[in-house]
Design a protein around this ligand. Structure first.
Ligand SMILES: Cc1cc2nc3c(=O)[nH]c(=O)nc-3n(C[C@H](O)[C@H](O)[C@H](O)COP(=O)(O)OP(=O)(O)OC[C@H]3O[C@@H](n4cnc5c(N)ncnc54)[C@H](O)[C@@H]3O)c2cc1C
Length: 429
């Protein structure tokens, strides 16, 4: 970083998921100074929240945590979490990023991550980090391998009882903290803002989150994760071990009624992965995947799919039309079969997992002049020959910010974006 009217970095990376961290590490290794701006209270993106990864079934946090640590310890990388980009403009050849630091109500400098505040806090609310299946305190560190290990208060649930402030050995709690605005200058930027999942509430035909044992694929990732809410797979409605689990593919993808006409690309493979992991966790359970087509596009993915079939996972070609609550927490699936005999059929399962569509993680409208495509993801101007180039000079895109993508492609694209950013910086010297 160099000083001036605003702190200046060679590259601003927006988003601290796997794509942003990979781009930042590539650039930092070439001796460029990098600021990673992350809106969440921790870096790591979706990958740190996954259980294992297809097609190798490696532990996801075992791969992500070292990358997060490497980025946070790198002398050329500055990590700014809990920060929102307000605007990104160009001035005298530099990019200027106006950023808001959201209040943690805990001083990042003073907090030593001891969690004394968390132990003392009397407020327990559902923890979104654990799919809502476990509780968390109103003051907390997001999760055990979050980076940074700094606490934050959720003002919506804090009752201002003062116990956290009393327990804090470094007087880090500050209930009066305000948002702070600051500006960074950079020679180039990599946009790595990733994706969000289509809200469960949006799909009327699938119960709009009102059917108790219908969960999202990200919630299933938490149930399967080693540090998950229950340490085993239980259904949320009654804590029963499910005997019969179904996956509904294309739940909101390739679906004009949801405005998501594209394929979300990763859902087939993560459903296959989750079914395989479940057959290990619950060897006696029946596992069914309702699918339109299985898109096993990557290296080793077709074999992965075939292994799941050989393990006894039942793949039914058919589109699930409606879900309804059944007896004792069961879920009724009405689907149109595309198999021999066809027709509308009814099945019942203990637990249903929706492979919801992927939506863009960030909308640049009103914040910077980046354009988006018909799918609302960041538009690339040379998708075949230079897939990380955006319409803005010196601004590149990596990972799921440009469209649904698996980890392998996100990492490859992050390397390409870092190379383009480095080339851009050299061309300006
Ligand atoms: C249920 C599920 C299971 C999956 N399993 C696998 C698997 O087994 N194998 C595999 O290869 N892929 C898997 N994937 C896909 C994988 O999650 C993605 O490939 C990967 O997360 C993409 O990384 P990313 O960094 O581009 O995006 P993300 O992981 O979404 O990270 C983006 C980051 O940017 C931040 N951000 C967003 N907007 C802003 C903003 N305005 N300012 C600052 N920061 C911002 C976000 O908070 C986030 O930290 C799975 C996906 C899902 C949904």
């Amino acid at each position: 970083m160099s000083s001036g009217p605003h702190p200046r970095f060679d590259v601003l990376v927006l988003g601290g998921g796997i794509a942003g961290l990979e781009a930042a590490l590539n650039l930092a290794e070439q001796n460029f100074s990098v600021a990673v701006v992350e809106k969440d209270a921790t870096i790591g993106g979706k990958m740190i929240r996954l259980s294992k990864v297809f097609p190798t079934l490696d532990c996801s946090s075992c791969i992500t945590t070292p990358k997060m640590a490497a980025a946070s310890h790198h002398p050329n990388i500055t990590i700014l979490t809990y920060c929102e980009l307000q605007t990104l403009t160009r001035q005298n050849g530099d990019l200027l990023a106006m950023i808001i630091q959201k209040p943690r109500y805990v001083s990042e400098e003073k907090c030593i991550g001891c969690r004394q505040c968390e132990y003392e806090c009397p407020v327990l609310v559902p923890d979104a980090e654990q799919g809502g299946f476990a509780g968390r305190k109103a003051i907390r560190i997001p999760f055990s391998n979050a980076i940074p290990q700094k606490a934050l208060i959720d003002p919506e649930n804090c009752i201002l009882c003062g116990r956290c402030a009393k327990a804090c050995p470094t007087q880090a709690v500050n209930y009066y903290e305000q948002p702070e605005e600051f500006t960074l200058a950079a020679g180039a930027a990599v946009i790595a803002t990733g994706f969000e999942m289509l809200p469960l509430e949006d799909k009327v035909q699938y119960g709009q989150a009102q059917i108790p044992n219908v969960i999202t694929a990200l919630q299933m990732e938490r149930l399967l994760a080693p540090h998950g809410p229950y340490n085993r797979v239980l259904r949320p409605y009654d804590g029963k071990e499910p005997d019969n689990i179904a996956f509904i593919q294309c739940a909101g993808s390739r679906d004009q009624s949801m405005g998501v006409e594209y394929c979300s690309r990763v859902c087939c493979m993560y459903a296959v992965k989750q079914a395989m992991l479940l057959s290990g966790a619950l060897p006696l359970a029946d596992l069914t995947v309702y699918y339109m087509d299985i898109r096993a596009f990557g290296k080793g993915y077709e074999q992965f799919f075939q292994t799941a079939q050989a393990m006894g996972v039942n793949f039914i070609k058919g589109k699930a039309a409606y879900l309804d609550p059944g007896e004792d927490g069961a879920v009724k699936v009405r689907y149109e079969s595309q198999e021999a005999g066809g027709g509308v059929r009814l099945a019942e399962h203990d637990l249903v997992v929706l492979s919801l569509g992927l939506l863009p993680g960030w909308n640049p409208e009103g914040r910077c002049a980046l354009s988006t495509g018909g799918d609302n993801f960041i538009k690339t101007v040379k998708p075949k020959t230079a897939p990380t180039l955006t319409g803005l000079e010196g601004v590149f895109v990596a990972g799921a910010a440009a469209g649904p993508k698996d980890i392998v492609d996100s990492i490859a694209e992050a390397g390409a974006a870092a190379m383009e950013a480095s080339r851009h910086l050299f061309s300006k010297q």
